[in-house]
Design a binder for this molecule. Structure first.
Ligand SMILES: [Zn+2]
Length: 619
């Protein structure tokens, strides 16, 4: 050891250098990639490796997900594909949704619901985790999984013969292969992607079908006449960006759900009601890729309008949406009604993943801080309160906003939400900061750092904060030499009363407008410090206009949920006089109409106790 690098480390380092040289795309491809996008968005994403999350709940979720899938046996993940291909298929069954042929609607048993559905997402989550960490065992695992999957793929993609949801699973495989290529430089992934795409066409309809259109077509499995063709374009456009192949562009255009969804949304018609929630939010991201790739303003309008309608007509105070995975009719009190009808209030990991994607796209295009506000609301009130995926695939799925709710495990192992969770946790990195031509946007407040170069200057920001449990944030600037840049910090719209922005203890002169990014432009020197103090007033948000006496207590971005065995009632002024309890959970206390002190707790601090997201107001 005293002699420095040991042989194993040396071999590893040499292998990784060889890998990078052999596998990175050549200059020709890099050049083509640029010209394939019609739109350069005003804000762009950092590389995953440019951002580090430090100790905190976001970092913990990223590490947990990375470790979970790094330690999941390759043989188990590949088993169903090998079984169908008639290859030796060692290893335990995965269980739950992932296995072959066990599904029974009569028994309400989703064992074997959609074989292998989330394989691509697990590969994608690992590829993004590799992009963050550069962890060599992760890269090797991605290579083994991609190669192993490729060995099961024949020219007709026979795996999909009589398969219930070919578009659903193809979309996830497509994403995994693209990410394996993009982030882990996998040498086989795009070739396998093309073989799969050419073969899958035989299993797909001629265009994106709405669920109503699918119901009108005969299907051998009448219980499931749906598939999610309308989510395909986002990844098909990505495949086009990576490869330049017109095949992908043609297919991407074909599966935009224009007729029944995106065209009406672009014209301002709210066609969300009765659609499946998560997949139709995901379809907004396909519309955004159509805008970026084709320059289609109509698709940008569709995504912006659709997201507005989502926020205004379908969302709870937590930022979650879609009780029972469906959008409801606006104006009839459907959200309030759902509180006494279901515990399946928000499909949390999938919904949060889709929500982060669309808000990131809209932020990149508009630089509008309200998309960051919306993202953090979902972050703190939904996904950061999700329990980690267990070794046997037991997963957190629905958040429960019922009058009296409880956190619960989903009944089936390895559901859809086990696929999106690792992808989302890696995406925390690229959601925290965004790059502009003149500097950096600080979008989320969390212990983290980001580094970049501008001209010949190396710069880094390091954030420290206990936000949202504390309203102070400090950002330290490191610069290899004094350098002019703009640093934009998000001032949330709810921070109404005099937010403070200081540099080196001196208050910034320019106006600081809640609901926008405050621009701090100056010549930054090594060691400069930005200090923020964001006022977090308490407020009440009613569930919908038809239920004016059912409200959530909200502080800054945080919903404070009442810890109680049955839904408590408060005088509204008494609720607004809630007092913080100085503990690590961010608890508050308020006096109910019965005179008892009720603990008000953020979702991310709740474990097995009963809680009420919404409480009754008596006056
Ligand atoms: Zn899900």
């Amino acid at each position: 050891m005293a002699q420095g690098i040991n042989r194993r480390d040396f071999v590893k380092a040499a292998a990784s250098i060889a890998g990078v040289q052999a596998l990175s795309p050549g200059p020709a491809l890099a050049g083509t990639q640029k010209s394939l996008a019609a739109i350069t968005t005003p804000l762009t994403l950092f590389n995953y490796s440019d951002v580090q999350l430090h100790d905190g709940p976001m970092r913990r979720q990223f590490d947990e997900n990375h470790a979970r899938f790094l330690n999941l046996a390759d043989d188990r993940m590949l088993k169903v594909f090998r079984q169908v291909a008639g290859l030796p298929a060692p290893g335990e069954d995965m269980g739950g949704w992932y296995d072959l042929n066990g599904f029974s609607l009569e028994r309400n048993d989703f064992h074997g619901f959609i074989a292998g559905h989330s394989f691509g997402q697990y590969v994608s989550g690992l590829a993004r985790a590799y992009a963050v960490t550069g962890d060599e065992p992760t890269r090797l695992k991605i290579n083994r999984l991609v190669k192993g999957y490729g060995e099961t793929l024949d020219a007709k993609a026979s795996f999909f013969v009589d398969y219930r949801l070919p578009a659903y699973t193809y979309d996830k495989l497509s994403c995994g292969l693209i990410d394996a290529h993009e982030y882990a430089h996998d040498p086989l992934a795009m070739n396998i992607h093309e073989r799969l795409t050419r073969a899958i066409a035989a299993y797909l309809p001629e265009k994106a079908l709405s669920r109503a259109e699918q119901r009108s077509r005969p299907h051998k499995d009448t219980a499931f006449t749906w598939d999610e063709t309308y989510t395909l374009p986002e990844n098909l456009f990505f495949a086009y960006h990576r490869s330049g192949k017109p095949l992908y562009l043609d297919m991407a255009k074909k599966y935009l759900e224009d007729d029944t969804y995106l065209n009406p949304l672009a014209e301002g018609n709210n066609v969300l009601p009765f659609e499946h929630a998560y997949s139709h939010v995901n379809a907004f991201s396909s519309a955004m890729q159509a805008y970026i790739t084709l320059g289609s303003e109509k698709h940008l309008r569709a995504a912006r309008n659709g997201f507005d309608m989502l926020q205004k007509t379908q969302s709870f105070a937590t930022g979650g949406w879609g009780p029972n995975e469906a959008f409801g009719e606006p104006g009839v009190g459907q959200l309030g009604d759902s509180l006494s009808q279901t515990h399946a209030s928000f499909e949390t990991p999938c919904g949060a993943y889709g929500h982060f994607k669309i808000t990131r796209y809209l932020l990149r295009v508009t630089k509008d801080a309200r998309y960051g506000d919306s993202m953090e609301r979902v972050l703190y009130n939904t996904i950061l309160g999700a329990w980690p995926i267990q070794a046997d695939g037991t997963s957190f799925y629905y958040s429960d906003y019922a009058n009296t709710g409880k956190k619960a495990w989903y009944k089936d192992k390895w559901p859809c939400c086990s696929g999106t969770f690792p992808q989302l946790a890696a995406d925390y990195h690229v959601s925290t900061y965004l790059r502009s031509h003149d500097g950096v946007y600080v979008n989320l407040f969390t212990p983290s750092s980001v580094h970049w170069t501008d001209g010949g200057t190396r710069l880094q920001l390091t954030q420290t904060s206990r936000y949202p449990f504390d309203n102070k944030i400090e950002i330290q600037v490191l610069a290899s030499q004094p350098h002019e840049q703009a640093i934009y910090v998000r001032i949330p719209a709810w921070a109404k009363s005099d937010p403070v922005v200081m540099v080196n203890e001196a208050r910034v002169k320019s106006t600081v407008e809640p609901g926008s990014f405050a621009a701090i432009r100056r010549t930054w020197k090594d060691g400069d410090r930005i200090q923020l103090e964001i006022p977090m007033p308490l407020r009440l948000e009613v569930v919908d206009a038809n239920h004016p006496n059912i409200a959530a207590l909200v502080q800054g971005p945080l919903v404070l949920m009442a810890i109680a065995e049955s839904q408590p009632a408060f005088d509204s002024q008494a609720l607004l006089r809630a007092k913080p309890i100085k503990n690590d959970r961010g608890d508050w206390t308020a006096t109910s109409t019965s005179g008892s002190e009720v603990t008000m707790r953020p979702f991310m601090s709740i474990d097995k106790e009963s809680y009420s997201t919404y409480v009754q107001l008596k006056s």
